[in-house]
Write a protein that binds this ligand. Structure first.
Ligand code: HEC
Length: 251
């Protein structure tokens, strides 16, 4: 038994170490509250405005978002690109070969990305672009080195500056490696707290999108607990009723 616990603990430690290993900066924790529907809606609006031109979310439909987030007709319409209907999947109109030509890779579908990468990685990714003139778009990313995505939040966040450190290689040579990020020289249009909170809402929306049924399960939760409580009281009363006329034998 002790051996089993030891093995499980060491596997867990190894996986945790792997998670933080290899990134130039530590992943930042973001706490996602799926019951905050206003935040999810703000995230959905940002997603449509900033991400949907390049990325699809084809396992999701606009109507599903509208009903899960209890949106009014006007709120739902604000999410819809021209010519699309609520029943449509979240596709976009960028031809795949054009995207390949411009970006070198096709921007991946983002419906399930939160399940693959996790909220902390997504949050850190979206907030850790930095200036790097050697790259195609003039930027690089601290947790996705040599990324082919432009810094879509450059205007809101400003472009962060890299801090490099000399790292000794096994063959004795030294190499410059990213070791941290400095605030932008020219500040973005949003104060940092506002920018971070916008990205947090966006990540929350992506977490919701990657498993929409979770929200329904959470909605059912109080009813299920209420039913169990009601049933317990009912059974207790029933038990009392059954035992009312039964005399306990004298001991
Ligand atoms: C101008 C086009 C463009 C826009 C706009 C854009 N992206 Fe990207 N994105 C890309 C490309 C291209 C890649 C592929 C990068 C690579 O593989 O090097 C990518 C990759 C990603 C990845 C990494 C996926 C993975 O696991 O490999 C995530 C996450 C992502 N984008 C999220 C977003 C979000 C969120 C937004 C909106 C705020 C956004 N993107 C806006 C082009 C774009």
């Amino acid at each position: 038994m002790i051996r089993a616990i030891f093995i499980i603990a060491s596997v867990m430690l190894a996986t945790a170490a792997q998670g933080s290993e290899g990134y130039a900066i530590p992943l930042q924790h973001v706490s996602v509250d799926l019951s905050d529907k206003a935040a999810l809606y703000r995230g959905a609006l940002t997603f449509q405005a900033q991400c949907a031109t390049c990325h699809t979310a084809k396992y999701m439909r606009y109507g599903r978002v509208a009903s899960d987030l209890h949106l009014s007709d006007d709120q739902a319409k604000a999410l819809l690109p021209p010519k699309l209907k609520l029943g449509d999947e979240m596709v976009n109109f960028m031809p795949a070969d054009y995207a390949k030509q411009v970006f070198g890779v096709e921007p991946p579908d983002l419906s399930l990305v939160a399940r693959v990468r996790g909220a902390d990685w997504l949050y850190t990714y979206l907030t850790s672009f930095y200036t790097d003139p050697t790259k195609r778009w003039g930027v690089n990313n601290a947790v996705f080195p040599d990324v082919n995505m432009p810094d879509v939040f450059a205007a809101e966040q400003g472009v962060q500056q890299p801090v490099y450190a000399d790292v000794k290689m096994p063959d004795g040579s030294t190499e410059k490696r990213l070791s941290g990020l400095k605030p932008p020289v020219i500040p973005g249009s949003l104060p940092p707290e506002e920018f971070n909170s916008m990205v947090k809402d966006l990540v929350s929306y992506m977490v919701y999108m990657s498993e929409p049924a979770k929200m329904q399960r959470m909605d059912y939760g109080p009813y299920v607990l209420g039913f169990i409580l009601f049933f317990t009281i009912l059974m207790f009363l029933l038990k009392k009723e059954y035992w009312r006329d039964i005399k306990q034998p004298e001991s």
